[in-house]
Design a binder for this molecule. Structure first.
Ligand SMILES: [Zn+2]
Length: 123
């Protein structure tokens, strides 16, 4: 098989895998919406709510998926916002939903502020 044919085949495989995962996540959509009550599970906002996949290496479950707004999805992917806009993390780090609590703790760890360090020390 040529390199190109091999590349094409592995790309098609990757795409099929990605689509199967989106399908699995969409099956959790109803339970997720019920749990989140149409609010972002991190900040409580209502803008463009979509499932966030906190652990892409495991099969998606209600523990690894959370409903996040567009801002929180961007923050989870590494966007750093002014610390004053991130105070909701003080409460979110205590969430008993792993996808919410772990994401909040990771975000809070990037916040360079006294209140953020104090909140993490309380855990
Ligand atoms: Zn949010």
């Amino acid at each position: 098989m040529s390199v190109q044919a091999w590349q094409h085949r592995s790309m098609a495989k990757g795409k099929a895998k990605h689509e199967a995962r989106l399908q699995e996540i969409s099956l959790l959509g109803k339970d997720l919406a019920r749990r989140a009550k149409q609010r972002c599970e991190l900040c409580g906002g209502k803008g463009d709510l979509r499932p966030y996949d906190a652990d892409p290496n495991q099969a998606p479950t209600m523990s690894s998926i959370a409903l996040f707004c567009a801002d929180c999805r961007a923050r989870a992917e590494g966007r750093d916002d002014p610390e004053a806009e991130l105070r909701f993390l003080e409460g979110a780090i205590w969430s008993d939903i792993p996808a919410v609590g772990e994401t909040a703790r990771a975000m809070l760890g990037r916040v360079d502020a006294g209140w953020a360090r104090a909140a993490l020390e309380m855990l």
